[in-house]
Design a protein around this ligand. Structure first.
Ligand SMILES: [Zn+2]
Length: 146
């Protein structure tokens, strides 16, 4: 009778391959990708040589393909725009994460009130998300509903 195991990723039962002792993931590509990703993260966290080799390899690739990212950004303007906005958000978040708590008070908290969601760019947003800027609705009462 063959041994049956439960996949760590998908939870499905599977029969481990006889040549893979201690197999914990089934053969589905998503489960194998998850296994490799976990291995890669552990390797990066625990193996200095692996990190160094990866860094050298990436540097070598960058030197060979100096215009890759410049060209990629030119070809994918919507992605670039969206990424730029997200990076600004991450930068602001990073600054606020490292700020002292008393400095946060100086930055000011959002003021409770009515806000309008103003779409910044409908073109780049996925159908399930919308990039917006929060603006006080009554900053200028004359423009409250324009
Ligand atoms: Zn699986």
């Amino acid at each position: 009778m063959a041994l049956i195991k439960i996949c760590k990723f998908c939870g499905c039962s599977f029969t481990p391959h006889s040549s893979v002792p201690g197999q914990e993931y089934c053969s589905h590509s998503a489960c194998q990708n998850a296994r490799k990703e976990i291995w890669r993260k552990q390797k990066l966290a625990n193996d200095q040589d692996y990190r160094d080799n990866k860094k050298k390899s990436q540097k070598k690739w960058r030197n060979k393909n100096k215009d890759y990212w410049r060209n990629y950004r030119k070809k994918n303007t919507e992605y670039t725009y969206k990424n730029r906005i997200q990076q600004r958000y991450r930068n602001k978040k990073r600054v606020s994460d490292i700020a002292k708590s008393d400095e946060l008070k100086e930055l000011g908290k959002p003021i409770p009130g009515y806000y309008r969601l103003v779409p910044l760019c409908k073109k780049i947003a996925k159908s399930d998300e919308l990039i917006v800027r929060l603006m006080p609705a009554y900053e200028n009462p004359a423009n409250a509903f324009t």
